[in-house]
Design a protein around this ligand. Sequence first.
Ligand code: WT7
Length: 635
Amino acid sequence: MTEGIDLAAAKSEFYHPSPRVVANAYAPDYLALREQAANDPVAFWDARAKELIDWYEPYTQVLDQSGAPFFKWFVGGKTNVVHNALDRHVQGWRKNKVALIWEAEDGEVRTYSYYDLWREVNQFANVLKGLGVAKGDTVTIYMGRVPELPIAMLATAKIGAIHSVVYGGFSEQALADRINDAQSRVVVTCDGAWLRGKTVNLKEITDEALTKAPVVEQVVVLKRTGQDVAWVEGRDHWWHDLTHDISAECPTEPMDAEDPLFILYTSGSTGKPKGQLHTCGGYQVHIATTLQYVFDLKEDDRYWCAADPGWITGHSYIVYGPLILGATSLMYEGAPGYPNPDRWWALVEKFGVTVLYTAPTAIRGFMRLGESWPDKHPMQSLRLLGSVGEPINPEAWRWYYTHVGKEQCPIMDTWWQTETGGFMITPTPVVPLKPGSGTLPFAGILADVVREDGSSADANEDGYLVIKHPWPGMTRTIWGDPDRFKQTYWADFAQQGWYFTGDSARRDEDGYFWIIGRMDDVIKVSGYRLGTAEIESALVSHPKVAEAAVIGVPDELRGNAIYAFCILRAGVEGNDALMNELKQHVRHEVGPIAVPQQLDFVATLPKTRSGKIMRRLLKAQVTGQPLGDTSTLEA
Ligand code: WT7
């Protein structure tokens, strides 16, 4: 038997952690702690808030449930995430510790100590102030994977403003919608971003978006690719001009625990993206606690979360979580497998990465390239692996475990959502694993699988995944739309006061959770979250399309692929040219991630008598499943 996980036992179901892993874990007694926390989650989070987070002024109440479902955590506490992420480290020995190592796609490396990062954040915070950004204002950030992205986020948070990061893969319409919804007067972007040796024209996309978002007054542009860009005098400013010769002294704004920290847009069942609002106090407590317990970060770790900072995974576990814990992180600019299929594995070895956190879709992509690529690299530094974004199929789990982790590294399969802020269902290194299961709700998280009437499902019975008790990292509302917040998450189990995740799941006879997938109109494509309505409204905004329906169908590489059905306007002929035109149109309206893989022209769509498209029936047709209940089908 190897020193790692007990493979013999795995055949009888569990992958047990080795005694060495248990002995070194941050919380060797985690399972007992979890039991305690289940009886008193508030006490658990209270203890963590005191252990991991500094407060300018202590809170007077841990949890205020009076305004449910608008819960408040750490009421009365004053804090700023940037104090915990940077200021306090700079005051102590971590001043010279490496906070961030960044490798560009072309191999350039930049290293930031905590002091370096603190200085750059202060300078950019002064830039934002100079542009008139004040506490409570929103700043939209639309950049590639460069260190200045976290710097811009931290600078915004430092002065008490609210960032809204829009993933660099979104198109101008999606960007314009998000800027308008957040009413940002300031946008931070790049001239371009590097991806697979080519450039993405971020500034050009921003310029187009701004024609639809007149609210924007100032644009800061980081020079990254050096490509030509159009320039609007008075509105556009180079990052390097504004930061040149500016003070690196900037006080950190004390924030109320419940003041907004950021907005992050997610897709849901209507076309309009939902701005999830996360706040200054509880969010910090949740992400610092989960990162500490699950990825077990030690001072000498080199941690690499390979996500994009533009998603919640990046916000919580690239930017804020690791910095709060004083960790050393790696960030890589480019695409996986570029220019060589073993780029990632070479990075792990070059920087001695100890903890690697990525997504099943990336792993399946690497599986396709063949195991010879990771097999060339011993990657002996690795001690823990992580997975997020969609269910990890057991084949991908075993491949990751064997070829990347060399049968030595437990895999932390973390289930959570943009809405939850941080991990909800996840193992820690001491929890025995089952490939494909996120194992158990984290300490202090009361999750259950229930039936429609709220009764708990039996072992191995599919049901609704609900959270029965508030948690500190929870989204507080949908920006500007509290009714929609209530309707979306709190209406299905309103009587019980539970949060409905939108996922279906089952719990096995050991109490382990298995996520089945979304129950709503959300499709996960390569871990990206897309709303059917978002893609449908993009399609029908084309003058030749009368109606559209979009479904997700199982796809070996991407988890799900987008399948679109279009009814064309009278007299329009459906041919290949139009099909390509419509795909281009979706790319333009939403972004490349939303382009349907398959697009059919149809004469009718199955609808209920009330006119709602029955996507379930389309899906059953495409996948050859039984149609199920069709009693509401329009005659
Ligand atoms: C949805 C949330 C949270 C970071 C990235 C995704 C699915 C997420 C897992 C997992 C099975 C997962 C769920 C969830 N999901 N992690 N480990 N196993 N499914 O955030 O884009 O808000 O999507 O992703 O369906 O509801 P998101």
